[in-house]
Design a protein. Sequence first.
Length: 197
Amino acid sequence: MENQIRSFIAIELPDDLRQKLGELETRLKTSGQTQVKWVNPNSIHLTLNFLGNIAADRVPEITCAMEEAARGIPPFVLEVKDTGVFPNPKRARVAWVGLSGEVDKLLQLQKNLETNLEPLGFPAELRAFAPHLTLARVNDGASTEEKQRFGQLVSESKFEAGNINVDAVSLMRSQLSRAGAVYSQLGLVKLKTLTEY
């Protein structure tokens, strides 16, 4: 199993945005929530497709599928703002930051990726793709009251981090360690307008 790589496809975030997400986490942490596991701001990214364990020698064909999926999708701009929780504030499990702006291009890119990866043995997600950046997860042991309190805290928080320019999509490796997941890039595909091909 040594050559198995836990992987996913994502859009990586600029450092200044990660810094702002870190500041938001610091602000939210002051409420003293003990049943919450925060995502390291340096590890936050926009996941498009989770692939699971893949053989190392499949990286080229997956990168090829990514290139095909990105064809004709020019670079686009996303606005990073607002906070919320899944599934709802009364039963908070995941805290997130929202994305708006040219979401139609993002959705098209994600759909193209799904379509091109399916023949390679990666089935499409059953749930609809909901673009977001994960900030924190509520521990399974949290009480209903703790979930509600955290859900309310996050939902009432104000957050605006400006725009990010999306011009590439990355194939990422996730290595689990005691300190949490460590991510590294396996491949990168640039977005281009059709005239650049």
